[in-house]
Ligand binder design. Structure first.
Ligand SMILES: *[C@@H]1O[C@H](CO)[C@@H](O)[C@H](O)[C@H]1NC(C)=O
Ligand SMILES: *[C@@H]1O[C@H](CO)[C@@H](O)[C@H](O)[C@H]1NC(C)=O
Ligand SMILES: *[C@@H]1O[C@H](CO)[C@@H](O)[C@H](O)[C@H]1NC(C)=O
Length: 253
């Protein structure tokens, strides 16, 4: 798939900017579980993020972020922080460390990934652990790595010809391409355009699983794309229309 040339996009980007102003921001708070729902959840969301966009989002000068999609987390929908008496223990996943560093790095703090893994375990892993296949730290992190490897998002995007580019993609093209490969409805998240930017920037790709770890649609029939799943302070479900898939920064020679 060739990205569309940026000319001729001015009108739609303008519309995009306007739509974003009035957009669906209000309801993003509903991420946390309703009180009293006993940490019930139905699906697992495998969240991939694009490191270049992660760095841009925090306006951090990441040095040489990975040039492939990495894991943000494996998140049960509708449940967080399910067991405060189950602390993260790096020892339990020490066999997984080489892979963890490669595929689940803390993009923003590459010198010490443990904070990030601890956070993911406490917030999401303790809830995912309701499923037998994920009911230890080793199984949660190892199982997530297995799902990530099984999905092969990086090579799938390559195969589809969706590569980082200075030209823009249509979000619908990317969603359709992913749906055709995986046979389920994905969710794609973007950073809304900042001041002076024409378009949104692609940040996260989510693929969803049942409790039996089978692929399923990320949205229920009739459910709108948002608001669930926003994975960072600035990310939103992408608006239909053009989007930037930013190439890795060129480091000075
Ligand atoms: C919380 O985790 C601890 C440690 O693994 C476990 O003993 C306890 O049963 C868990 N509590 C719940 C409610 O799952
Ligand atoms: C990394 O962070 C963890 C968790 O906060 C901490 O326990 C550990 O000492 C840190 N490791 C290094 C090498 O700084
Ligand atoms: C998944 O989404 C597709 C496309 O919207 C729909 O045709 C299909 O019925 C959905 N599958 C389930 C199990 O809801």
């Amino acid at each position: 798939m060739k990205p569309a040339a940026p000319h001729g996009l001015l009108l739609s980007s303008l519309c995009l900017a306007l739509c974003c102003l009035g957009g669906a921001r209000g309801s993003r708070r509903r991420v946390a579980a309703d009180p009293g729902d006993n940490h019930q959840w139905k699906k697992l969301i495998m969240v991939h993020h694009w490191p270049v966009t992660v760095c841009k989002e925090v306006e951090n000068d990441c040095r040489d972020p990975p040039d492939y999609w990495t894991i943000h987390g494996l998140w049960p929908d509708k449940a967080e922080e399910c067991n405060g008496s189950w602390p993260f223990n790096l020892e339990e996943i020490k066999d997984l460390l080489p892979e963890m560093k490669m595929y689940w790095p803390d993009v923003i703090h590459p010198l010490n990934h443990s904070h990030f893994w601890k956070h993911e375990w406490e917030k999401h892993g303790t809830c995912a652990a309701q499923v037998d296949a994920l009911n230890s730290q080793k199984k949660y992190f190892g199982g997530s790595l297995d799902l990530y490897r099984g999905l092969e998002l990086n090579s799938m995007l390559q195969k589809l010809g969706i590569k980082p580019s200075i030209n823009y993609y249509q979000i619908s093209d990317i969603k359709d391409a992913l749906a055709s490969i995986y046979g389920v409805v994905p969710k794609v998240q973007c950073l809304p355009p900042k001041q002076g930017e024409e378009v949104q920037t692609i940040g996260q790709i989510e693929l969803c699983f049942t409790k039996e770890l089978r692929l399923r649609n990320c949205t229920e029939p009739g459910e709108p794309g948002g608001p669930r799943g926003a994975g960072g302070p600035g990310l939103e479900v992408c608006e239909d229309g053009p989007a930037f898939y930013p190439p890795p920064q060129q480091t000075a020679p």
